[in-house]
Design a protein around this ligand. Structure first.
Ligand code: PRP
Ligand code: URA
Length: 209
């Protein structure tokens, strides 16, 4: 079964509080999501492989390390995943970005796919699927299925806030995928929103409501 990693770094937790706050406006919300995504990106890359190289400093020649191993692909789930993309790209600027467009039908809560555009070599990349919210888990699970159908083999899921129901769904559907979150909240409400959560992530990021 995929593991759940809770990123409890104090800076992540501090910023998440202001992201949750209903009085935080669009500009600040977007900035905070960007910052937290970067901090989470720092944590998720902790186990990247390194290889030794030789470098000449102005003083002497020495052995030093550079990142090696699989290249990275970021897969934001549209729309809200876009809010986390730039923060991670600041750390891994060479990562390729693929997009999976899904929206949740407000009545059935089932994900509806409307767009998929991926780098050609996804089967060779370590893919990080990003979305601020893991609620029922339907969207994340469908995005991962869409990626696997197109050859993806090495996947991780990164979200700001998860509901227990969403974690359970992804673990059941995709037992090879580890989940990285800043918080696991209490439950879903009758409309499928995470309680206490942060509201509608897409609307808060893009000021659409
Ligand atoms: C939100 C969120 C996730 C999804 C989570 O997107 O960004 O993609 O809901 O819900 P689930 O786990 O129950 O599937 P939404 O459908 O509101 O689309 P948007 O990002 O375009 O606003
Ligand atoms: N999508 C959101 O944006 N927020 C939730 O709480 C659940 C799904």
């Amino acid at each position: 079964m995929g593991k759940v990693h809770i990123m409890d770094h104090p800076l992540i937790q501090h910023k998440l509080t202001y992201i949750r706050d209903k009085n935080t406006g669009t500009k600040e919300f977007r900035e905070l999501v960007d910052e937290v995504a970067m901090l989470m990106g720092y944590e998720i890359t902790r186990n990247m492989e390194l290889q030794e190289v030789t470098v000449e400093t102005p003083v002497a020649t020495c052995k030093s390390k550079v990142i090696s191993g699989k290249k990275v692909g970021l897969i934001p789930i549209l729309r809200a995943g876009l809010g986390m993309t730039d923060g991670i790209l600041k750390l891994i600027p060479a990562a390729r970005v693929g997009h999976v467009g899904l929206y949740r039908d407000p009545d059935t809560l089932e994900p509806v796919e409307y767009y998929v555009k991926l780098p050609k070599d996804i089967e060779e990349r370590k893919l990080i699927v990003i979305d601020p919210m893991l609620a029922t888990g339907g969207s994340a699970s469908a995005a991962i299925t869409a990626l696997k159908k197109r050859g993806a083999k090495n996947l991780q899921l990164m979200c700001l806030i998860a509901a227990p129901e969403g974690i359970e769904r992804v673990q059941k559907d995709h037992d090879d995928v580890d989940i990285y979150v800043a918080a696991v909240d209490e439950k879903l409400n009758e409309k499928g929103y995470i309680v206490p959560g942060l509201g509608d992530a897409g609307d808060r990021l893009f000021g659409t409501k």
